[in-house]
Write a protein that binds this ligand. Structure first.
Ligand code: S3P
Length: 171
């Protein structure tokens, strides 16, 4: 079976859902942020601070390109900004079935409020930042995805069940 790729905004649950999904389906789990941290030997906020956002975005594209060759039968969770580049959207879709995990602004705010590990949301004005980025990115997520799954008010188990049903037609 091909890969299952989870995209969506920061705090949408990509990593949590991805880990459970991989475990349930006995597939590998790959998280692009974790891969980048491992390969660079630096945490994401340090990469942003020392090398800049553009450098991080290039690392994301380079990793996605490499994954076309070396990644199959995996559940892949990608950073929230990955689908913004057109080139990345094409790369994501050619990797396998792309699932957009969506959530309302309120849900996202609750999940990211006390987390200092996301440079895109650092430095105050959290609500405005989340609102603007969500508005900018919504169309990119929808264009990149084969399937949309709303996570609002749903447990991880419920989200997994919907993914299981929706991905059947991709086998
Ligand atoms: C980012 C999301 C983060 C990480 C980086 C940038 C973004 O991943 O890639 O901080 O631009 O949305 P998560 O979506 O896993 O938080």
């Amino acid at each position: 079976m091909k890969n299952i790729i989870l995209i969506g905004f920061m705090g949408a649950g990509k990593t949590t859902v991805g880990r459970f999904l991989a475990w349930e389906k006995k597939m590998k789990f790959v998280d692009t942020d974790e891969r980048i941290v491992l390969e660079q030997g630096m945490e994401i906020p340090d990469i942003f601070a020392q090398k800049g956002e553009g450098f991080f975005r290039d690392l994301e594209t380079e990793l996605l390109t490499r994954m076309q060759e070396d990644t199959c039968d995996a559940v892949i969770s990608v950073g929230g900004g990955m689908p913004v580049r057109k080139q990345n959207r094409a790369l994501l879709r050619s990797l396998g079935c792309v699932i957009y995990l969506s959530a309302s602004k309120q849900t996202i705010l609750e999940r990211v409020r006390n987390d200092g590990s996301r440079p895109m949301l650092a430095g105050g004005g959290l609500e405005e930042k989340v609102e603007r980025l969500m508005r900018e990115r919504e169309g990119f997520y929808r264009r990149a995805a084969h399937i949309d799954v709303t996570t609002d008010g749903r447990s991880v188990r419920q989200v997994l069940k919907i993914i299981e049903q929706e991905t059947r037609r991709f086998r």
